[in-house]
Design a protein around this ligand. Structure first.
Ligand SMILES: Nc1nc2c(ncn2[C@@H]2O[C@H](COP(=O)(O)OP(=O)(O)OP(=O)(O)O)[C@@H](O)[C@H]2O)c(=O)[nH]1
Length: 506
């Protein structure tokens, strides 16, 4: 097929012979491949078929052949437009970037729209117009449209062309394929964007975790429990305000990073028994479970409990340290002590009351049974107490009861327990007792009570006591019968004239 044939019509652009002569002109220079679509696609390989046009002088033909070789070897895109924007010539390399042969562009009514991506088309036209009007060349970057839909970035320069008379004859485009560079740029931009997103996400989580930390820290600082976290390297990682207070550190002291041994040496002088406490700490460190509460007694009489547990790391991982929780229970212990005292002591004399008497009686009997030793009981009742109340008033009676409690306390030994059972009735429990020793004690109490002197309204007053003494297991088989035996003996003492003691009968 030869392009000169008038029967060939380009159906891409519906061009008739008007354009075909132009196609021939182009092909005679370039002549790489020409695509002309008739009902089917006909591809003519002009390289193989090309022959210099008929009628050229040999020098012209050889120049033309040289020119043809040069244009075939152009790597970048070269194109020439007329000053009114029509494509005059384009290098064969365009096919590499767009898969369209130069002839297609040359045949097209609007080659720019075929070649340039639609997004850059109006920009491209405007630039050509501007260059023609301002007569100043311009650099550019734009996208070429590949036939299969892909795009190829090119960068280049528009410049004016002048004819011999210096008049603008057209615009020349020189461009290089920068697709690889663009793709690298895109990848770089995407990587930067990805990094920025990751950075933003990290900052977001950092902010959230900081907020969380501040909330937690505020919470831990207002609670009254002391909290200390020691890391795996035995250094302080966290503590709260209450912990500083409890362990006597100044409020602003920074303990972070301090080794636990240093911490212990700092607090040791505060403790009533540092050796016991540090032995407890050593023992706890060998366990992973939550420790039992341990009472730490301070020299200033404060009592603080500690609890400790290893803090687990991630699943199956090594423990990340140990948390210690301290609670000051001084006040709680004091109140509990008061409640216990209220429950088992007589408020007037501060002697143990009847409730405690029964507890101690059972305990001493069980103990005596186990050790095969006796338990002695003295019960006594004041003689002539009522007249003191009647004569000097209830307050005076109270003073007598208090004085008697102090007086008898001085007589009994440390292991002997003294009780006020109620009214003017008292009892003494004696461990490891024998009837002889118990009788001696009874005699001393009778004597001691009788020797007590009181003064009310300028008058001397005194009381005496009638005492019954009984010994387990000699006089009784249990607590109840021991009390009954002692009471019976006391009544015998009363009956015998008071101010004396009587030993229970077998
Ligand atoms: N001041 C005072 N009197 C009390 C208290 N508890 C009981 N009493 C009085 O103690 C007295 C006990 O009575 P009694 O045992 O008959 O007095 P008593 O004169 O010692 O008589 P005898 O035991 O027979 O010698 C009563 O008057 C009670 O009101 C108290 O806590 N304070």
């Amino acid at each position: 097929m030869h392009c000169r044939s008038a029967s060939v019509i380009c159906t891409t652009c519906s061009a008739g012979p008007r354009y075909l002569s132009k196609v021939y002109d182009w092909a005679s220079i370039h002549s790489r491949a020409l695509v002309i679509r008739s009902p089917g696609v006909v591809r003519v390989n002009w390289l193989r078929r090309w022959k210099p046009p008929v009628g050229l002088a040999p020098a012209e033909a050889s120049e033309l052949a040289l020119l043809r070789n040069v244009t075939a070897g152009i790597h970048g895109i070269e194109a020439i437009f007329t000053r009114d924007g029509r494509l005059q010539w384009i290098s064969p390399s365009i096919e590499r970037l767009t898969a369209r042969a130069p002839a297609e562009y040359l045949c097209a009514d609007d080659p720019l729209s075929l070649m340039v991506h639609s997004a850059d088309l109006s920009y491209c036209r405007r630039v050509i117009e501007e260059i023609v009007s301002t007569q100043v060349g311009r650099d550019f970057e734009l996208r070429l449209q590949h036939q299969d839909g892909r795009i190829n970035w090119v960068a280049g320069h528009w410049r004016l062309m002048f004819d011999d008379a210096g008049v603008v004859s057209g615009v020349r485009l020189s461009a290089e394929d920068i697709q690889v560079r663009k793709e690298t740029e895109y990848t770089l931009l995407e990587t930067v964007a990805e990094l920025r997103r990751a950075q933003a996400l990290r900052e977001h989580y950092l902010t959230r975790s900081n907020d969380e930390r501040h909330r937690l820290s505020a919470l831990l600082n207002v609670i009254r429990l002391g909290i200390l976290f020691i890391d795996r390297d035995h250094r302080v990682l966290y503590y709260n305000k209450a912990m500083l207070d409890m362990w006597g550190f100044p409020p602003g002291e920074n303990l972070i990073g301090m080794r636990d041994v240093v911490l212990h040496s700092r607090v040791a002088p505060l403790l009533a028994d540092p050796a016991s406490y540090f032995a407890h700490v050593e023992q706890v460190m060998t366990t992973t479970a939550v420790s039992e509460p341990y009472e730490i007694v301070f020299r200033d009489e404060r009592v603080v409990t500690d609890l400790s547990a290893e803090v687990e790391g991630d699943e199956g991982g090594q423990g990340i340290g140990r948390v210690w929780i301290y609670e000051d229970i001084t006040e709680r212990k004091r109140v509990a002590g008061q409640l216990i005292a209220l429950a088992e002591r007589d408020p007037l004399t501060n002697l143990f009351n009847r409730r405690r008497f029964h507890e101690e009686l059972e305990r001493l009997l069980a103990d005596g049974e186990r050790r095969d030793s006796g338990v002695g009981l003295l019960t006594f009742d004041l003689d002539g107490f009522k007249p003191i109340n009647d004569r000097y008033g209830h307050q005076a009676g109270d003073e007598v009861l208090i004085g008697l409690a102090e007086g008898v306390r001085r007589i009994i030994r440390r292991n002997e327990l003294f009780f006020r059972l109620g009214g003017d009735e008292f009892a003494v429990l004696v461990p490891d007792a024998t009837p002889e020793a118990l009788s001696e004690l009874a005699a001393r109490v009778v004597e001691g009570v009788g020797a007590l002197q009181f003064h009310f309204s300028g008058q001397a007053a005194s009381v005496t006591a009638s005492i019954g003494a009984a010994c387990y297991p000699l006089h009784a088989v249990d607590g109840e019968s021991l009390m009954a035996a002692a009471d019976a003996a006391m009544y015998r003492a009363k009956a015998a004239g008071r101010n004396c003691w009587t030993l229970a009968e077998r």
